[in-house]
Design a protein around this ligand. Structure first.
Ligand SMILES: [Zn+2]
Length: 251
């Protein structure tokens, strides 16, 4: 079994640390220094670096880590990832520390964004967040809606390892979209308690996201009705998604 832990970075990034014995891999190392410190403190050897997309807070530490460790660098083929030795575009199966991962193409936040799935867990970068989703910097609403549908089709108990601690702010928006959703109110209380105690709210489960994340709920009548208050033309799930995403940008 792989052990999964996080290394905090910047203000609210999570660099996921995978380990098996003294072998390690990291996901989205935006900063090398905290990763090096943790590897050395725990006596770990870095064998693999998994990058979901090209933003600096996800790949800024790759060059320094790959210079120090002979690690395989996995990353999206369609994006510029410094030192990438295994370009991926979705559909591949890769071995990381003896564990098979499936690569999923999830464009929208960026054009080549990928996610890494193993049984029971998915590392989804800035695509799906706790109660939210990434901004559309390079993709269209249709692409992002399709990417979220791909993640949403995973088993309900899948753990969602996203790259930021954004859950509390996202839930405020979710409650504005669906004021009548009791699951959102319960999650707001749980998340407030976790944050007050200094705990991470990531990972969540896909089941929790399906119950509380407005971007996975665009087929729900309440979410569609909220979207139509912003954009009367929002009818099908993609235009509902587009309207909700545009609203979140100014929330
Ligand atoms: Zn990003």
């Amino acid at each position: 079994m792989l052990e999964i832990d996080f290394i905090p970075a910047f203000k609210d990034n999570y660099i996921w640390l995978l380990r098996r014995g003294d072998r390690a891999a990291v996901v989205d190392p935006g900063d090398a220094a905290p990763v090096m410190a943790r590897l050395q403190a725990d006596g770990l050897r870095l064998e693999a670096i998994l990058v979901t997309h090209h933003h600096a807070d996800h790949q800024g530490g790759v060059a320094a880590l790959a210079e120090y460790w002979p690690a395989t660098v996995f990353g999206p083929a369609d994006e510029s990832i410094i030192g990438c030795s295994r370009p991926l575009s979705g559909g591949e199966r890769i071995d990381v520390l003896g564990q098979e991962f499936e690569v999923l193409a999830v464009p929208g936040h960026t054009a080549g964004h990928i996610a890494y799935r193993m049984p029971g867990a998915v590392f989804c970068g800035d695509t799906l967040f706790g109660a939210g989703c990434g901004r559309l910097f390079e993709g269209t609403p249709g692409q992002m809606a399709e990417s979220l549908a791909r993640l949403s089709a995973l088993p309900d108990d899948t753990l969602i390892y996203c790259a930021h601690e954004y859950t509390a702010a996202n839930l405020d928006f979710a409650a504005a979209v669906e004021p009548g959703n009791a699951a959102i109110r319960r999650r707001i209380a749980q998340v407030a308690e976790a944050r007050q105690a200094g705990r991470s709210t990531v990972p969540s489960t896909l089941a929790e996201e399906k119950a509380t994340n407005p971007f996975l709920r665009c087929s729900e009548p309440a979410v569609a009705a909220a979207a139509r208050q912003r954009d009367p033309a929002a009818k099908d799930p993609v235009s509902v998604f587009a309207a909700i995403r545009a609203w979140k940008n100014v929330f």
